[in-house]
Structures are given as C-alpha cells and as structure tokens.
Design a protein around this ligand. Structure first.
Ligand SMILES: *Cc1c(COP(=O)(O)O)cnc(C)c1O
Length: 402
C-alpha cells in the first residue's frame, strides 16, 4: 500500500515543488484538486496588479493607453503563443471569454468555406461549444453533424472518417476531454480534417499550460482556450485565440468593433478590418485581466512546459495507483496510458455527489461531474503529492462508511 510517507518522499524529490511558494495559499483548503477549473493566484500577479493600479491607472490615467495598454492583447498573446502554443508572433490575441472567441472563430471558419453546409462536433463536448455550434449553424443556414464518442477515448480517426465529407466546413474538437481527461492527437486529426478540405478549431481549455503544443508545426487553423485553468490567470481572465497566419487576410469575424479596425484611433466612418491579428479583437482590452494572464504565462515559462508535463504525468500516475489500491469497485474513466491523457483523473463510483460534498466540507476540494464522476485536477505548479494522498485517503474512508 502507498503511504503518506511515500507522498512526502515524492514531494521532496519534486524539482517543481518550490513553485508552490510562488502562489498565495492558506491552510484552508487542506487539499485543492480543482486547479483545472480555477487555478491558484500567483503572488507575482498580486504585485503586478497593484503596480498597474497604483502607477499605470492612478498615476498615468488615460495616457497609459498610448503608453502600452493598447498593445497588451497582442503582446501578451505573442508571449502566450510562443511559450504555450508553439505559435510564432502575430497569430494569438488575449481577449474576451472562450465562449465569445469561439463564436468569432466559428463564424470566421464557416466564412472561409462558404459552399459547405456542415459543422462537425461531438456530443461529449463542453456545453458552450455544443450550444455555439447549434446557434451558429442556425444563423448561417448550416447543419450540425454530431459524432458520439466514448468518454474514455474521445474523438477517434474512425469516428471522424464516418462524418467528414465535402460538406464539412469546420470541425470543433477538444484536445483534452473536460470530463474523462482523454487526450487526442492534434497533428493526426488536423491532417485528417484537412484531407477533405475542411478547417479545424481546437478547444485547448484543458491542455493549455500543461501539455506542449505545436500549433504552427501541426498546421492548425484556429484554436481557443481559457487562461483561468492551468494558466492561473484568475476568475474571468480573458481567453486566447489563435488564427493561423495563412487565414488572417480572409478571416471575417462578426463582432466588428473599433478595436478590430485598421486604425482604431481614426474613428473612420466606414469599417475596415485590421490586416493583423487585431482584426479578431472587438472592444476595449481588459487590462487587469491581461496582465494577470501575462504573469501566469511567465511562471510557466520559468518552470518549463516539459518539466510541467513530467510532473503532470507523475501526479496522474500516482492518483491512478491510489485509486487501484482503494479496494472497492471504482472505474477509472481516464486513460491509463499517460500519452493519452491530460492532467486530471476522473473516477466513476456510487455516491460520487455525496462524497464530493463531504470532502469539500472537510476542506479537500475535488470536482464533481454529472452524474457519478469525481474529477481530480492536478495542476503541476501548485498540486503536491501529499494533497492527492490526503484526498484519496479521506474519500476512501468515506466509501467504507456508507
Ligand atoms: C472551461 C471551458 C470553457 C469555458 O468557457 P468560458 O467562456 O470561459 O466560460 C469552454 N470550453 C471548454 C472545453 C472548457 O473546458
């Protein structure tokens, strides 16, 4: 049996352990295994926001827009693109929410394939993605072509092959399934989608900041993702949006605001979109949100994505090992092959809702997923092996109490 001392030994040998000190943490919660829903706050973010507020906002007031704020969406976008996405400059912006960015990208992608009639998406996808696919298909007189993957394997080449055709305009898929943690191959599936002349939008919410990405190399068309999960940008932090350079000149998005215009300060009487990635923007940048994203990206750059992935795999392996030692019938929904999973482990068990609620009441915070799943989110910069062990130990005791 794995003991608490084993967990402590793993923490002692963890090269990223010191990063926990770079985050604001208190004694409660005792264990936080939901950093994949809302990451913890970096101390550097507190300092940066204080500086922006007291100096740039209070001090320079409106002059700060021309002293650098106006460029923040693309500057921080470039940095996030380079460190986290494998994207060269000029293709990534930080703005709005994942939902709003997906709305823009779905319209832009469909607009690039005007003669095609179908949007392909899986019915296990996150609600926002499914709802948008349906509403945009309706707005454009198109239809949604659903695929129904197994939770544990997510979207497979065979499933895609069964729906892709000359009618497919765009495919919207998640690299890491938000429930099972199943991770799929960006490179291979992108190539398969391109074979029929369709475009792909990758939703990277559960992979950005924890899995190495190569969007340029993989010839991805569009991508989108949250920054408040593994990037630790904070509640409501603005999302990122990636548009491959080759699509920029023709990509038309529907929220044409002054920030997407060629010369935003010209206040021109007619709208001409910027030729750069700024054409994907809409309104005034969320300065406090973007600088928080910047600090999250800097911490990941300092730790290194490769080291983060190594710890992520060690944390998921450790979690699965503990679940296997639980000695009650519990299904591990997450793939056991490390190459096929992201950074959370999901189990299916009776009374999952009540056990999650009881754990949270005792200061150990995992995540419940309908109808019978508990998700352990393992965020390598902040999660310790001791946190995982403590959560498992109490959850196990609770299952025997019933
Ligand atoms: C978290 C998440 C979102 C959230 O979108 P918001 O607009 O930030 O609320 C969207 N898609 C996926 C796959 C997610 O995991």
């Amino acid at each position: 049996m794995t003991t608490y001392d084993d967990a402590l030994a793993l923490d002692a040998a963890d090269p990223l352990a010191a990063f926990r000190d770079r985050f604001l943490m208190y004694d409660d919660p005792v264990a936080y295994l939901d950093g994949n829903s809302l990451g913890r706050p970096p101390k550097a973010t507190l300092a940066r926001i204080n500086e922006v507020l007291t100096q740039e906002w209070a001090g320079s007031l409106i002059r700060s827009w021309s002293d650098g704020w106006t460029e923040l969406p693309t500057e921080v976008g470039d940095r996030l693109g380079e460190v986290l996405l494998g994207a060269t400059a000029g293709q990534t912006v930080i703005a709005d929410s994942t939902t709003v960015n997906l709305f823009k990208l779905l319209h832009a992608a469909c607009g690039l394939r005007p003669d095609r009639t179908e949007i392909v998406i899986d019915d296990t996808n996150f609600p926002t993605d499914r709802y948008l696919a349906e509403s945009i298909a309706a707005q454009r007189g198109m239809s949604v072509r659903w695929i129904s993957p197994e939770l544990t394997t997510s979207v497979t080449p065979d499933l895609l092959a069964s729906v892709l055709s000359e009618q497919t305009a765009v495919v919207l898929i998640n690299q890491v399934d938000y429930r099972s943690g199943a991770m799929i191959d960006v490179n291979a599936l992108t190539a398969q989608i391109h074979e029929v002349g369709a475009l792909v939008i990758w939703d990277l919410c559960h992979s950005v900041g924890v899995v190495s990405l190569n969007l340029d190399r993989d010839e991805v068309d569009f991508a989108v993702g949250c920054t408040y999960k593994y990037v630790n940008g904070g509640p409501g932090a603005p999302a990122f949006m990636y548009v491959a350079k080759r699509h920029l000149a023709a990509a038309e998005q529907p929220i044409t605001g002054w920030w997407s215009a060629q010369d935003m300060f010209a206040m021109a009487s007619t709208y001409l979109p910027a030729t750069s990635i700024r054409r994907m923007l809409s309104g005034t940048a969320n300065v406090l949100g973007i600088v928080a994203v910047d600090e999250g990206v800097k911490l990941i750059a300092e730790a290194g994505l490769d080291a983060i992935r190594v710890k992520s795999i060690a944390l998921t392996e450790f979690t699965i090992k503990l679940v296997d030692e639980w000695h009650v019938p519990i299904e591990v929904v997450t793939p056991r092959d490390a190459a096929k999973r992201g950074s959370h482990v999901t189990i299916r068990l009776p009374h999952a809702r009540r056990i999650t609620d009881d754990l949270i009441a005792r200061g150990l915070v995992p995540d419940f997923r309908n109808p019978d799943m508990i998700r352990f989110g393992l965020s390598p910069l902040t999660t310790s092996f001791a946190e995982v062990w403590n959560t498992y130990d109490l959850a196990r005791a609770m299952t025997f109490e019933q």
